[in-house]
Design a protein around this ligand. Structure first.
Ligand code: UVW
Length: 319
């Protein structure tokens, strides 16, 4: 889709800050470098009640998977079950062993997922300046593998934008800025600190389960909206990871210029902020609203997929 009235990303973001080279010419994990042993130990100190929340949506939910347009929901296929031994096509092992086997055919970014830093680009270059041609046939640079090898652990803060705005869910194309995040944090009584993992709840995907296919009509999710000030704030705050319960973290089409996924580029490609999408934040958010504690220990390890542009994940929050 090209529209000549829409500015190209390299023009829109020509003065946008980058962290290219900050962690050396071979870096593939970007802002996750901000999460070192000091941050892990400090985050562990937040655990007090021992309550554990898993943040992955169910893969193969009978109600469907809320996927980015053009992706398809995961399909799980049963390969072996007891019916295989009704005839004699079940494998014969000594002692009469029977077992179940299955497989999934799924987009790596078709459910709760981490994006690799090389997942999006413009102007022929990826994160850290890698040549976009290194994506051909699989990511040779900035794939999900180095992120998965490293893991993500730190202090996270939930910013419940839906509750803050007094809504069940944010509306399609509804935007919020870093100033709204700060106001939300203040209303929740939680301090945002440098190197925090930001976890933002919109509850927007509730509509996917209510509307079915109609959800995609005029598709434009709510989310953060680009401004130079917002990008500078992310850079100054050294945010390593942005987690949301929407398909793409940000408003799909920027209302100010019509460009798709500006922040994927300004934050991920340029600053090295790792993006996490389609998280299930409902149980965690209900608990935060109940006990008034919006900070917690967060840990996530996406699957190690060689050359992957992203990978499924089941992040864990512990309070
Ligand atoms: C795209 O950027 C196209 O997808 P996602 O929202 O999964 O990052």
């Amino acid at each position: 889709m090209t529209d000549s009235t829409v500015p190209p990303l390299d023009e829109l973001l020509k003065d946008s800050p980058t962290n290219w080279g900050k962690w050396g010419p071979d870096d593939e994990v970007g802002g996750l470098n901000y999460l070192g042993p000091e941050q892990v130990v400090a985050a562990a100190g937040l655990i007090s009640s021992g309550k554990v929340f898993t943040l992955q949506r169910l893969i193969g939910d009978p109600k469907g998977d809320p996927v980015w347009p053009g992706r398809t929901p995961a399909e799980r296929t049963q390969i072996l079950d007891e019916s295989n031994w009704d005839g004699d096509d079940g494998p014969a092992f000594p002692g009469g062993l029977h077992y179940a086997d299955d497989k999934i055919n799924a987009f790596l970014q078709g459910s709760t997922q981490y994006d690799a830093l090389g997942h999006v680009w413009y102007g022929g270059q990826l994160w850290n300046g890698y040549d976009a041609r290194t994506t051909i046939g699989g990511l040779d640079k900035a794939s999900i593998q180095p992120i998965a090898e490293r893991g993500v652990v730190g202090r996270a803060v939930l910013l419940d934008m839906a509750r803050f705005r007094g809504k069940q869910t944010l509306a399609a194309a509804e935007t919020y800025t870093h100033e709204d995040l700060l106001a939300c944090a203040e209303a929740q009584g939680v301090e945002l600190r440098k190197r925090d993992i930001l976890v933002i709840r919109t509850n927007y995907l509730q509509l996917f389960f209510e509307l079915g296919e109609k959800f995609y009509e005029g598709f434009c999710e709510p989310g953060l909206v680009y401004s130079p000030e917002l990008v500078q704030w992310f850079a100054d705050m050294e945010i390593p990871n942005l987690v949301t319960d929407t398909i793409a973290n940000e408003v799909t089409f920027d209302p100010n210029n019509g460009v798709a996924l500006v922040l994927h580029n300004a934050l991920m490609r340029n600053l090295g902020v790792t993006l996490t999408e389609i998280a299930d934040l409902e149980g965690l958010a209900a608990d935060c609203a109940e006990d008034g504690r919006y900070e917690f220990f967060y840990a996530a390890a996406p699957l190690k997929v060689a050359q992957g542009s992203g990978a499924p994940v089941n992040p864990i929050a512990i309070k």
